[in-house]
Design a protein around this ligand. Structure first.
Ligand code: CDP
Length: 222
């Protein structure tokens, strides 16, 4: 068994909020693999490359320019570094959100990142959150959860996150964007988003953060 708590699920389903709190409570590192895909996407966009024109051949030399690392800060949180600089919030913009699922379709990008994700188990029990953690990255993870919520609830949650949506965005417009991204994530040929057969489904549409947290912790402590 792999020493991993895997949390997968669609966009804005509350994975990072829950993962943050679970990692705090259990005092284990928490890795957002979405932030890895976002960082690669941010780097590509900063070179003014049109993501739709990307192929494995074009992206391979670009990946060689990227040094992606996680470093533990004094609070025990793992921060992501791009070429030795902390990435911070630049990866949470609507521009990155709209491009990331296209970049994440490229096998060259996925292989490169999955290798890094698997290497992170050297830290003991870790919590990793993403789309394919329980299906591809750690198919033998000790604990697997699939966290979801209704499209409307997810759109409202995303609207509440500062800076992640454009000015004037509405529940409808955000729901549409989330739906498009989920469709790309669920229908791509390589590592599509889906619930692993042995993952526990958590539909948080009508649950508070505390309730989701309690549910997950009780399963892990069992
Ligand atoms: O925070 P949010 O729910 O918007 O998404 P995220 O976890 O930051 O992931 C951003 C995007 O990265 C996803 O829509 C996927 O296209 C991609 N991703 C992936 O393909 N595989 C993962 N393990 C994690 C993210």
């Amino acid at each position: 068994m792999e020493n991993v708590i895997a949390i997968d699920g669609p966009a804005a389903s509350g994975k990072s909020t829950i993962a943050n709190k679970v990692s705090e409570l259990l005092k284990i590192p928490y890795i957002s693999t979405g932030n890895m895909y976002r960082t690669v996407t941010y780097f590509i966009l900063s070179k003014n490359i049109v993501v739709k024109s990307l192929t494995n051949e074009i992206v391979a030399p670009i990946l060689k320019e990227i040094d992606l690392k996680y470093k533990e800060n004094e609070d025990g949180v793992f921060d992501i570094f791009l070429n030795n600089l902390p990435v911070g919030n630049v990866i949470r913009t609507p521009e990155v959100a709209n491009a990331v699922s296209i970049v994440a379709m490229l096998p060259a990008v996925r292989h490169w990142l999955v290798e890094k994700q698997r290497a992170l188990t050297e830290y003991g029990l870790i919590l990793m959150e993403g789309r394919d953690i329980g299906t591809e990255v750690f198919p033998k993870a000790k604990y697997k959860f699939y966290l979801t919520a209704s499209p409307e609830v997810r759109a409202k949650r995303r609207l509440g996150q500062d800076g992640e949506t454009i000015d004037g965005a509405t529940v409808e417009s955000v729901a549409k964007e989330i739906k498009e991204r989920d469709e790309r994530d669920m229908t791509r040929p390589i590592s599509p988003l889906k619930q692993a057969d042995d993952a526990i489904l958590v539909d948080s549409s009508n649950m508070t953060i505390e309730e989701v947290l309690e549910f997950i912790i009780s399963r892990v402590n069992k």
